[in-house]
Design a binder for this molecule. Structure first.
Ligand code: MSK
Length: 546
């Protein structure tokens, strides 16, 4: 909603710190929901696009605008079960009412509203945020960038931005590159200003601008202990509560910037969309002050892991088909001929209950070894970037078929897409695979699967549910918030698939998760009649570990 608010300010001319940067994207998004663009001025189209996309949140009857992007057969199924979201606010109000004591007491009916609300996020709020961010800040294209704490530099003023909304980060990029601020940093004895990202806002600007990334959710306190972080500014979501106290121990200036998220012990400087630089210039100024008075020695780990980031749907289209015939045909063809067995989305959080990054890395290695192309978002993608799998030469870890495709195209076997909000890019890719043809008529027919092996946030449940309702088998790890053996659990883990949707899965062992996903992909391949000569062996856990 924050991104939509800023887009409204941009089209109405009341916000000047942000602009429309990608006009092609503006036109293609507008056309995708039936807005006429031929011969029209950019701002005219933008105004119509705003009016249309606002309905995603506020409409009380009808279907959200991006329902027009859903494959026909998937949309038919949603209509049959009355799942097409009207508007996010209406669906959230309704679920709040239905979950009140003594209202909706039928598990299937309740799950239907869960799906409808979740879909208003995936094909609604998240998709709007991704598309408008591309329009205002630029659509990502692959670029080489580094992750890990070795991106901190002792001789520079180090500023970290952490959270989930790109607005703070975009403004901080401007502030950190402002010659006047750089001069102030130099006058304080620094060689410059070094801006780094963490968590999801970090993943987003890593993909969009190649800003170095210091680490995922599990590293956000540890990075402060280097002593080298002069300022950390946060907005919303996944901010560890102890960051204020940890920052105090190391003299790091810790800022909250969003009116919805204050933290005890933080310096609060409110970020105002209309005066964005007031906040970010102030953070830079206080970071320079801390640099001048660093309380102790810096201990910066030397490791930096380079990789390729920023595979937007638009770029994947171009990468596979070329600029004159951009298309998903080569991807579908390579799935049909069996070089690529299927596609897996491995996304989501890192969770303190398990060894850092281990489940993500082992799971993804097992998938690519079995010729499954992996797409990633969020903290999971940072785990794999640190493990070095976002480089084309990581293709040696892939099975023969996937390796051949990666070498031909020159791409890594693991594609980094951006933040958790960019999971909507995976929905668009699924819709495109259906539209391209040869892999069934609905998303539920595709040989694809999804996983958040270390989820920990409430919104991950919503993301999982919008993938399941869209037709994707989705596996979660660590814990699952339903009781095995109940009718409700059975409905989530099987009943939904019987109705034509995707379904949930659960496992904690990375190899078991990988083979749940691979078995599902094979089941879909079998149904599509594209299993070929491949021998289908049911593996025991011992086989898998061997
Ligand atoms: S930041 S929601 S820990 S991916 Fe999106 Fe990472 Fe999960 Fe937060």
């Amino acid at each position: 909603m924050g991104i939509l608010d800023v887009f409204r300010g941009v089209v109405n001319g009341t916000i000047h710190d942000f602009q429309i940067k990608d006009e092609d994207k503006l036109r293609s998004v507008a056309e995708s929901i039936g807005i006429d663009t031929a011969g029209r001025e950019t701002m005219d189209i933008a105004k119509d696009l705003y009016t249309e996309l606002e309905k995603t949140y506020t409409q009380v009857e009808g279907e959200i605008p991006f329902a027009k992007r859903v494959p026909e057969k998937t949309l038919e199924l949603w209509r049959k079960y009355d799942l097409v979201p009207r508007g996010a606010m209406r669906e959230i109000m309704e679920i709040m009412h239905r979950s009140h004591m003594g209202v909706d007491q039928d598990y299937e009916n309740m799950v239907r509203q869960c799906s409808r609300t979740a879909l208003s996020d995936g094909w609604g709020g998240s998709m709007v945020a991704t598309e408008l961010s591309d329009i205002m800040f630029g659509t990502p294209k692959p670029l080489v960038a580094g992750v890990n704490m070795g991106n901190l530099k002792e001789e520079t003023v180090n500023i970290i931005v952490h959270g989930h909304e790109p607005l703070l980060f975009e403004s901080m990029i401007d502030a950190a590159n402002d010659p006047a601020n750089i001069e102030k940093a130099k006058a304080a004895g620094a060689s410059g200003i070094n801006l780094l990202g963490m968590c999801c806002s970090g993943a987003e600007v890593l993909a969009r601008h190649g800003v170095p990334h210091a680490g995922n959710f599990m590293s956000t306190e540890a990075v402060v202990a280097t002593g080298a972080v002069d300022a950390m500014a946060v907005d919303v979501q996944c901010i560890m509560q102890a960051l204020g106290a940890v920052s105090k121990c190391y003299g790091t200036k810790f800022f909250t910037t969003n009116r919805r998220a204050h933290i005890d012990g933080a310096i609060h400087i409110e970020f105002d969309d209309h005066k964005a630089r007031e906040c970010t210039d102030r953070v830079v100024e206080m970071a320079i002050d801390r640099f001048k008075n660093r309380p102790g020695k810096c201990t910066i780990p030397s490791r930096v892991d380079m990789g390729i980031h920023g595979f937007s749907h638009e770029y994947v289209n171009y990468m596979l088909g070329g600029s004159f015939r951009g298309s998903y045909v080569p991807l579908n063809d390579n799935i049909i001929n069996g070089r690529i067995r299927g596609v897996a989305g491995v996304v989501g959080c890192t969770n303190p209950r398990v060894k850092q990054d281990w489940v993500h890395v082992e799971l993804v290695k097992e998938l690519i070894k079995n010729n499954v192309l992996v797409v990633q978002t969020g903290c999971s993608q940072i785990a794999l970037a640190k493990a070095g799998l976002m480089k084309p030469d990581a293709a040696v870890l892939a099975g023969d078929g996937l390796q051949e495709v990666c070498e031909t195209v020159g791409m890594p076997p693991v594609l980094s897409l951006g933040s958790c909000v960019d999971n909507s890019r995976i929905l668009i890719a699924c819709a495109e695979m259906v539209k391209t043809g040869g892999l069934g008529n609905s998303i539920a027919d595709l040989p694809v699967a999804g996983c958040a092996p270390e989820y920990m946030s409430e919104k991950a449940i919503c993301i999982g549910q919008y993938f399941v309702a869209s037709g994707v088998f989705t596996v979660f790890g660590v814990t699952f918030p339903s009781v095995e053996g109940t009718k409700f659990h059975q409905h989530l883990f099987q009943g939904l698939e019987d109705q034509g949707f995707g379904k949930w899965g659960f496992a904690t062992d990375p190899y078991e998760i990988a083979h749940l996903m691979i078995s599902h992909i094979d089941k879909k391949r079998m149904a599509l009649g594209i299993m070929g000569e491949r021998e289908r062996k049911l593996f025991s856990m011992e086989d898998r570990r061997a």
